[in-house]
Design a protein around this ligand. Structure first.
Ligand SMILES: Nc1ncnc2c1ncn2[C@@H]1O[C@H](COP(=O)(O)OP(=O)(O)OP(=O)(O)O)[C@@H](O)[C@H]1O
Ligand SMILES: [Mg+2]
Ligand SMILES: [Zn+2]
Length: 525
């Protein structure tokens, strides 16, 4: 039976765990000197070895013949644990056993001494999924653990753990694994599997995997489906990556304002079933590479690409200004976001290409965009309700009412008392139940609790725009209530700079004029 590579090559000793010396060396030393903690916390990004190291550690604390801190794999205990005849290592998936009762049962069981081993080890994977009640039950055990019990908690989302739990554990942070380390491991696996792989190919897989060994091995698995040697070309095709040359030519088209050239390449890729959102994110990566090349001396070490591609990318980055590159990344990224929110991807990609082939490269493109969208919304407001213009005139005549937001002293005070809201992700999950799109607007956001306020913070403005709508605010408050059982007011954790107190009407009229609305028309309205 075929076993997927990442399972087949799960390291069985610390010595085979790649790229995590801060974890493996420390653990081996502790094991050698017999300093064993009762609770460990393994955190860090996915596919980097947390579950793997939990299993090794569980074996090592019980192994009868430790070899330089690693389990021997041969003694009765190691073998018994491997073949399942010894059951004193218990793996619990907190994603599916997250209730109070699950943990209570575990606590009762934990009181009994293990049958065959020195320690009974509980590995609680995805521990952030436990309910509040379950955390509290677990905490009781962690406060007074029986001598013969060890807990290993593993999670990618350490910020969701209560501080009380964290403070009881010895914490180990797993890092993203470097492209070189991943590539070396891939070559090792290939040699074991008697398969040839090119250096460029293994480096490219490592780059795509973005630090996760599991992802790298899965991709390698797929590439092995093709016969013969694994080349860069096979990796590209398998991963659905555009040929580097199309990214380079689209970029050339942007730089030289060649609209039809850019559209042609895009349409060609589209015909070959290329996903446009994928293309967009690859372009972001490419412009990021240009940005790094332009700003860093050792950019080469950060970029996974062939000598040839590096040279071409470098030439492109030298042909433009840094502000241009940043502007392009900005535009591509918003296009990407819109694609994920369900707009027609092909049209969005083409519109973006047209925008990026615009004549004037020296001006700040994003400023123009902001201007255009302000005008667009003014216009659509007038179209749907002409009284808006009157209201705006009225507003300009009377001093405009103060924007409803806490004074800066009050903000200061709220921020001072604010504590990170550990259940914020749960709130977003709850929102997801009625709208994935709305939930996506909160991607990357965080929240704080301060008194009766939940203060939202986010790198992008979409979520604040959503929260300005009364219906959305109600839904948000409902979700918060469902998750926390409490009623909170909503606020922002920080505000962008105050808008300048420009004369509203004159600005409005200027916007209308620049959008081509004539003075007579404005007066008529
Ligand atoms: N540091 C590493 N060295 C060697 N192989 C690794 C390493 N990390 C992960 N792998 C490979 O990836 C597979 C998955 O790793 P593991 O289950 O330990 O990841 P994880 O950190 O627990 O990920 P997740 O957060 O998704 O649960 C392993 O079976 C192994 O093949
Ligand atoms: Mg895991
Ligand atoms: Zn052993």
């Amino acid at each position: 039976m075929y076993r997927v590579l990442y399972r087949k090559y799960r390291p069985r000793v610390f010595a085979d765990v790649v790229g995590q010396p801060q974890v493996t060396d420390t653990l081996k030393n502790e094991l050698k000197s017999g300093r064993i903690a009762h609770a460990y916390l393994f955190t860090g990004s996915r596919g980097t070895g947390k579950t793997t190291c939990s299993k090794i550690l569980a074996k090592a604390v019980n192994c009868l013949d430790l070899k330089n801190g690693d389990p021997c794999g041969k003694c009765d205990i190691c073998r018994g644990l491997d073949n399942g005849s010894i059951m004193d290592v218990v793996e619990i998936d907190a994603a599916s056993n997250n209730g109070v009762d699950d943990i209570r049962m575990l606590r009762e069981e934990a009181d009994f001494t293990p049958a065959n081993t020195k320690y009974r080890v509980y590995i609680i994977d995805e521990v952030h999924m436990l309910s509040i009640g379950a955390f509290n039950a677990l905490l009781k055990t962690l406060e007074e653990p029986p001598e013969h019990v060890i807990f290993i908690l593993a999670t990618t989302e350490v910020h969701k753990l209560p501080a009380t739990i964290m403070s009881r554990c010895q914490r180990f942070d797993f890092h993203r694994i470097s492209p070189q380390d991943i590539s070396d491991r891939l070559k090792y696996v290939c040699s074991e599997e008697k398969i040839e792989i090119d250096d460029n190919a293994s480096l490219l897989i490592a780059g795509i995997a973005d630090g996760a060994m599991r992802d790298a091995l899965s991709l390698l698995d797929q590439c092995m489906g093709h016969s013969g040697r694994i080349t860069e070309e096979i990796v590209r095709r398998t991963a659905g990556l555009s040929d580097k040359s199309s990214l380079l030519s689209i970029t050339d088209a942007f730089i030289s304002n060649d609209v039809s050239g850019a559209i042609n390449i895009i349409d060609e890729l589209y015909k070959n079933s290329k996903d446009m959102a994928r293309l967009c994110s690859e372009l972001v990566e490419h412009f990021r590479a240009m940005m790094l090349i332009k700003t860093m001396k050792q950019s080469k070490e950060f970029l996974v690409m062939s000598e040839n591609d590096y040279e071409k990318t470098k030439q492109q980055s030298e042909a433009v200004k840094l502000s241009y590159i940043i502007g392009v990344i900005d535009i591509l990224q918003s296009a990407y976001d819109r694609m994920l929110h369900g707009v027609n991807r092909r049209i969005e990609m083409e519109m973006t290409a047209v925008k990026l082939c615009s004549e004037n490269k020296s001006v700040d493109i994003s400023a123009i965009e902001a201007r255009i969208s302000a005008v667009e919304s003014s216009l659509s407001a007038i179209r749907s309700d002409p009284s808006v213009l009157a209201a705006s005139q009225h507003k300009a005549a009377a001093p405009s009412p103060p924007v409803k937001r806490p004074s800066s002293e009050e903000m200061e005070r709220l921020r001072k008392d604010a504590v990170p809201m550990t259940q914020w992700q749960d709130v977003i999950e709850d929102i997801k139940k009625y709208s994935r799109t709305v939930a996506a607007g909160f991607e990357g956001s965080t929240a704080y609790i301060s008194g009766r306020y939940v203060l939202v913070d986010s790198p992008n403005d979409i979520c604040f725009e959503l929260l300005r709508k009364p219906a959305q605010r109600d839904k948000m408050r409902d979700s918060i209530k469902r998750v926390t059982g409490m009623e909170y007011k909503l606020g922002r954790y920080s505000y962008p700079d105050e808008p300048k107190s420009e004369d509203t009407l004159s600005k409005f009229v200027a916007d209308l004029k620049s959008a081509g609305v004539s003075v007579e028309e404005i007066n008529k309205k």
